[in-house]
Design a protein around this ligand. Structure first.
Ligand SMILES: [Zn+2]
Length: 344
């Protein structure tokens, strides 16, 4: 389905590449496993974009992640929002896809179960893969299913996607509401995530549930992929109040590359949202959460992962310090990983 005849091209300036060498990037959210499982998208092979304007998929794979020197990548277990059956089984099938890549190319990709694996990957020159879940519906209402998925390596749990589930309600999509907070099961999940060393991800969660989760969690929380509503008003985006609530937990907010939520079609739009997080929450609480392969058409200049140095150049042009760019590329999320994940 995807051609392998693609000539690698280097994007970005030498200065940007130097920053990527010093601060190897970590992205908080991609949906590639869904394509690997359902459409035989081979993570280990380089892909080229076939659809016009780099729509939907083909944004990310191991060769291109290696090329930009990424140190870790969150890989999300995700599916079409309205699917209701066989979700727990589907989660395992998507993990199988990632494990196949880890077995096939252990020199390039290592599943990160604990902090040791991040260090192990760094010394080997490999990339760490962090398994996350987009929506507690994959647990089918059973806390034991979280425990089993954690045994397989899951280290981050998003509470909800575009539909209500046993744990929480979405801020956008079918059944979005602000009249309800978390359910009892949702509260129980946060407690269990804290106990097991699993990051709580509040992307897609409605305002009431979001604020409740920030108070309940005893560990830093993340918003893996989002826009900011004080830059561009959209129900999927989060408010300044929510930014502060995440910062108060010690967590991070990953800015996404989806023009519909950013309110702009170029890298400048990503920069405006990053700048707002920095202004409101502080530069210790901002990160990147592309949403690559998540049925999006990314902003111009960031059409696929190999173009990430273009964003670094935009940050340099904005006069941002190497220290700030380093925080955004990897250091803030590294701190959260250190705070939440077990050492082994
Ligand atoms: Zn999402």
């Amino acid at each position: 389905m995807f051609s392998r005849l693609f000539q690698p091209r280097r994007y970005g300036s030498a200065e940007a590449w130097e920053l990527h060498r010093l601060f190897p990037s970590i992205d908080l959210h991609v949906d590639t496993l869904m394509w690997a499982q359902g459409w035989r998208y081979d993570l280990t092979q380089r892909h080229r974009l076939h659809l016009p304007r780099s729509a939907w998929v083909g944004h990310i794979d191991l060769p291109r992640l290696k090329e930009i020197g990424a140190s870790a990548q969150f890989f999300c277990i995700s599916t079409a929002p309205f699917r209701r059956r066989g979700l727990y089984r589907l989660a395992h099938a998507q993990i199988d896809q990632l494990m196949a890549a880890c077995y096939d190319q252990p020199q390039h990709i290592i599943l990160m179960r604990g902090l040791n694996d991040l260090h192990r990957a760094q010394t080997k020159g490999a990339m760490a893969a962090i398994l996350s879940i987009e929506g507690a519906h994959f647990l089918e209402g059973r806390i034991e299913n979280l425990q089993r998925l954690v045994q397989r390596g899951v280290r981050s749990l998003g509470l909800v996607h575009f539909t209500p589930n046993e744990a929480a309600y979405p801020n956008y999509g079918l059944g979005a509401t602000n009249d309800k907070c978390l359910t009892d099961f949702g509260r129980q999940l946060i407690d269990e995530c804290n106990r097991l060393g699993v990051i709580v991800d509040l992307a897609h969660v409605n305002l009431c549930g979001f604020m409740e989760a920030c108070v309940l969690s005893r560990q830093p929380v993340i918003v893996s992929h989002t826009g900011i509503s004080s830059v561009y008003r959209h129900p999927r985006n989060i408010s300044d109040r929510q930014l502060r609530a995440v910062a108060d937990t010690g967590g991070v907010i990953g800015v996404m590359y989806e023009p519909r939520y950013l309110g702009g079609r170029d890298i400048g739009a990503v920069l405006r949202h990053l700048r707002r997080v920095i202004k409101v929450a502080g530069e210790e609480h901002v990160a990147l959460g592309s949403d690559f392969d998540g049925m999006i058409v990314p902003v111009r200049g960031l059409e696929h992962v190999a173009k990430l140095p273009n964003l670094t150049d935009a940050m340099l042009k904005a006069g941002w310090s190497a220290e700030r760019i380093g925080r955004i590329l990897c250091q803030n999320i590294q701190r959260v990983l250190q705070d939440v994940l077990p050492s082994k």
